[in-house]
Write a new protein. Sequence first.
Length: 178
Amino acid sequence: MAILEIKTYPDNVLKEKAFPVTEFNDDLQKLIDDMIETMYAAFGVGLAANQVGVLKRIIVIDVSGKDESVPQNNAAPPLIVLINPEIIHSEGETEREEGCLSIPGYTTVIKRAENVKVRGLDRDGMPLEIEGSGLLAKALQHEIDHINGFLVIDRIGRIKKEFFKRRYMREAERKETV
Ligand code: NI
């Protein structure tokens, strides 16, 4: 296994829509293992393949260390690997603080569905459905956003986004000059 480099804003790979996975071969298994190791090494609760520069519809999530409220029915294992995931049902509305490993040091409040049901495939290509609320629902929506080319800053208003761009890029420049 290897820890991969996490791409950060404004890398273009984060704005691309990733392609469905069609082959469940050894290369895929290695990529998934590396993504899991990279997520844990970065203390993230989720990671999408775009974030390691690969345009494939793969997400990994583990919220077990951060949220005692999930899973309610123990149906979902702590480590979730989802291939080609799609939200098939969403319900309610909630606002929570979100950060992203690809935008280090930035958090913002985002409005999302409170509960979601996601359908996809597991790492062996078998059908898998995950239902979650709370942090798990947030992570599922956040990571599925990634494979569709969206970041948290695409979920805030245009004015807030402009403000973010100016401030974040100015801070990035400052860091480079030190
Ligand atoms: Ni993220």
